[in-house]
Design a protein around this ligand. Structure first.
Ligand SMILES: Nc1ncnc2c1ncn2[C@@H]1O[C@H](COP(=O)(O)OP(=O)(O)O)[C@@H](O)[C@H]1O
Ligand SMILES: [Mg+2]
Length: 373
């Protein structure tokens, strides 16, 4: 193992992972919100590694199973259900049951009876000949959870499950509200033994409002995350440097410290921007003045694409506030809610009349956007 890999093992996204796991340990769900390409999926992959869990949780790691749910792996509805607009909640129960099956296979430590019951529920969930399966899919997920976690609310069970959802907006847009109400329901059955960790680009309540969903119908589910939102920022200096080390190693190129610092500064330690800047760095001649190098990067297509990913992950209100900021840096009549959200998302530094957009490369992109109109 190289030193950079080792560092990643122990300290990568240390504070963030500590905070997420503290919520899970306390039996709370957690909503992780981060702008486009800030490194959400990367953090999540690190979180799912057994060594990471062991490091952060010690002995508790063996009691807690983190189960990844990625909407890109959801099945379409069974043939029986085609013709429907949205997916049936079945698709949601199916991926959760399937991922539990994979996570616990080969069910070491379970009785033969439990193994059989699990297999039966799993098979029944996929029995396309059963006309009721779409409607009773939840029952099979419940059966499986009962096997894994014990009777609802029964004491003594030491096993715990946290479902970790990447790109959770994919589930919000594809599955009906019934699915999310059931998530709340099964969580209440098992209390702190069952938690959810979601990764999204925007806060869940904002997504629900923008999608025009029924606020009240979603309320019981959304409430699980109240006070439990973690805004994911760019990498710490140590993580960003480790990322540069790894990229250097992989590509077999090293840059002088001053140039590495330049890349870190203009990308603001944002994963996507740092990665794209590193890939472009070979095209910048040694000794090029920084202002010129910045202009080259800001106008390059890979950086534009990364910046657009950030831009697209923002609401119209946030985009307008950023454009206002570059047009009228000293203005005092700003929308405080929007500014606060942009600060939470780590896109603004400074205060009052001294707000600055970061990362620097993104600031250049916003300047270009504001000139387009
Ligand atoms: N530690 C890292 N080392 C190398 N590349 C990284 C690292 N973290 C993120 N990246 C790259 O940065 C980009 C954005 O990261 P990703 O985790 O996909 O962000 P998000 O899920 O927030 O959109 C991806 O191209 C990813 O490969
Ligand atoms: Mg991602």
């Amino acid at each position: 193992m190289s030193p950079s890999d080792k560092q990643r093992d122990v300290t990568f996204r240390y504070e963030e992972i500590k905070e997420i796991l503290a919520k899970v340990k306390a039996g709370d769900s957690c909503s992780v919100v981060g702008i486009g390409a800030v490194g959400k999926s990367n953090l999540l992959r690190h979180l799912l590694r057994p060594e990471t869990q062991k490091h952060h949780l010690g002995d508790l790691a063996s009691e807690l199973k983190l189960v990844l749910i990625d909407p890109n792996n959801m099945l379409d509805s069974l043939p029986l259900l085609t013709g429907q607009q949205a997916l049936s909640p079945w698709a949601g129960y199916e991926i959760m049951t399937h991922r539990l099956y994979k996570a616990f296979y080969p069910f070491t430590g379970f009785s033969d009876e439990d193994k059989k019951a699990f297999q039966y529920a799993y098979d029944q969930l996929h029995n396309g000949r059963n006309p009721l399966v779409a409607h009773i899919g939840l029952r099979y997920l419940e059966t499986v959870l009962r096997i894994l976690l014990g009777q609802p609310a029964a004491g003594g069970s030491r096993r715990r499950i946290a479902f970790v959802f990447d790109e959770f907006e994919g589930m919000l847009t594809q599955l009906p509200v019934k699915f999310f109400q059931s998530l709340r329901g099964i969580r209440d059955d098992y209390k702190y033994n069952l938690t959810y960790v979601t990764f999204t680009r925007r806060p869940i309540p904002q997504l629900i409002a923008e999608l025009g969903f029924d606020h009240l119908a979603f309320e019981p589910f959304v409430e699980l995350f109240t006070g439990n939102t973690l805004y994911l920022g760019p990498y710490s200096d140590a993580d960003a440097k480790a990322m540069l080390d790894r990229l250097s190693e992989r590509k077999g190129v090293t840059y002088p410290p001053s140039f590495r610092n330049f890349l870190l500064r203009v990308s603001g330690n944002h994963a996507g921007l740092l990665r794209a800047s590193f890939d472009l760095a070979g095209q910048i001649a040694f000794g090029t003045p920084e202002s010129e190098a910045l202009r080259f990067l800001a106008n390059s297509q890979p950086i534009q694409i990364e910046c657009q990913t950030i831009w697209d992950s923002l609401s119209k209100g946030e985009q307008n506030a950023l454009k206002d900021l570059v047009r009228q840096p000293g203005a005092s009549d700003r929308n405080h809610t929007v500014i606060a959200l942009l600060q939470d998302k780590h896109l603004l530094t400074g205060e009052g009349n001294n707000l600055q957009i970061v990362p620097i490369l993104f600031r250049e992109y916003v300047r270009q956007q504001s000139r387009l109109e």
